[in-house]
Design a protein around this ligand. Structure first.
Ligand code: GUN
Ligand code: ZN
Length: 439
């Protein structure tokens, strides 16, 4: 008899180990068409084939029958802005104009703690209803925005990383602060939230153009004081942005060198976008163990460019997938993977389903240095997972019936799937979201 709190029977897919190539991922892929997942104390206790599991089922506790559903590790969103939830689909601008026209006025509202709390609740419920159980999140300049998000994530016991935006130039008056104030407020927030429950603090300078040297020096100091925090910023997203950085920081060899100079590269440093990188920047990302976030829907929506996934593999740089809401156009990792496939097609790279789902789960966790805790069904890992109904529309049913194996099924899911396919989302061994009453 296994001592467990919950047992779930269904089909399971995950990637057993961190990989260093797409072929390597395929060799670590695991599919159980009829298995039982045993949970205990918020963790994965065991995942066994039905024939082996049956003998361990407790006659009273029993199991929930999810046959017909597919269980996957919870999705990891490696870059998202919660305050931008309300501005998805802002028309017509590319990055720099999009920021001044749409983004800054929206972020201003988060000075109001009640406003922030309302959007934070909405945002977290969107993550969960889309199957995302972990995210690395930008808040706004206001400490209230961070308190609101972390309070909600703590209530649900989520593994979530976030931080206050830091910016001390080239922002409207109402969104500006001094480097000193930014340092002080960030420090207080780290002390309040870092490593509370499953939360982690990400020090979050917005990007080089909105940072003075004094601000980046303050970030460096915080990183030295709190070496196990994360660093989260933007890098090389848009050609005008890159030209601006060159102009503002002429003494630096390239964009990444601005951050590297202040020792902001390294393990737990995550750079969103990384589209237009020179070889030396890829090399620096690799050498320092930094990670990047590939945000396909955002990169297409803002016309930023095409992330070079093959180069990222070749340079052995850790990578996660980001929705980048609100420049990104969906919270759905399934839809985001579908767009990643198209971005790759435009570069004659075939993004297989096994690779795509790796990036959205264990690979994303690896990029965020959370793969010891989450990312697959390995015993001892935290029980964050999603229950997927692979066919919820007539078209999905027609297509799905013709799938010859799990890989085709997963590929169809990332082509036609979205939040309608998420039946349930589990966090820390608890069902925190479901699209129907539990039987
Ligand atoms: N670069 C600096 N700020 C932002 C932002 O809010 N969104 C995106 N996509 N890029 C940025
Ligand atoms: Zn962003």
């Amino acid at each position: 008899m296994i001592d467990y709190s919950v047992a779930l029977r269904g089909a399971f897919f995950d990637i057993a180990a961190v990989a260093d190539s797409a072929d390597d991922i395929a060799s670590h892929a695991r599919y159980l068409d009829d298995g039982v997942l045993f949970l205990r104390d918020g963790r994965i206790h065991a995942l066994l084939p039905w024939q082996e599991a049956e003998q361990y089922l407790h006659p009273l506790t029993g199991y929930r029958d999810l046959r017909g559903k597919l269980l996957l590790p919870g999705f990891v969103d490696a870059h998202v802005h919660y305050p931008q939830t309300e501005m998805i689909g802002a028309f017509g601008e590319q990055l720099l104009e999009w920021l001044t026209t749409y983004t800054f006025p929206v972020e201003r509202q988060f000075a109001d703690a009640d406003y922030a709390a309302g959007i934070a609740r909405f945002f977290v419920s969107q993550l969960l209803s889309h199957g995302t159980t972990t995210a690395l999140v930008f808040c706004t300049l206001h400490p209230e925005s961070v308190d609101a998000l972390f309070s909600e994530a703590l209530r649900l016991n989520m593994r979530l990383l976030a931080g206050k935006v830091m910016m001390d130039r080239h922002a409207p008056e109402y969104l500006s602060e001094s480097a000193e104030q930014s340092y002080r407020q960030t420090r207080e927030l780290i002390q309040r939230w870092h490593q509370r429950g499953r939360l982690g603090y990400a020090i979050t300078p917005r990007f080089a153009p909105t940072s003075t040297p004094a601000l980046l020096a303050a970030v460096q100091q915080l990183r030295e004081e709190f070496p196990d925090t994360w660093l989260h910023t933007h890098l090389s997203e848009n050609l005008n942005e890159i030209a601006w950085v060159k102009n503002l920081w002429p003494e630096h060899e390239h964009y990444l060198d601005v951050y590297h100079h202040y020792q902001l590269t390294g393990p737990r440093s995550v750079f969103a976008h990384a589209i237009h990188l020179a070889d030396a920047e890829w090399q620096c990302l690799h050498d320092t163990g930094s990670a990047v976030a590939f945000c396909p829907t955002s990169n297409l929506f803002l016309g930023s460019g095409l992330f070079r996934l093959p180069t990222c593999w070749h340079q052995q740089v850790r990578m996660g997938i980001g929705s980048d809401v609100g420049a990104g156009t969906t919270f759905s990792m399934l839809r985001t993977l579908g767009e990643a496939y198209k971005v790759s097609q435009l570069q004659s790279y075939r993004l297989r389903a096994s690779e795509a789902f790796y990036h959205a789960t264990l690979g994303g966790a690896h990029a965020l240095r959370l793969d010891d805790h989450i990312g697959n069904f390995h015993p001892g890992k935290e029980a964050d997972f999603v229950v997927i109904d692979p066919a919820v529309t007539p078209l999905q049913r027609l297509r799905s019936e013709r799938c010859k194996d799990i890989y085709e099924q997963l590929f169809v899911l990332m082509t036609l799937g979205d939040e309608r396919n998420i039946s349930e989302t589990w966090v820390n061994g608890e069902r925190v979201w479901g699209n129907a009453a539990e039987e």
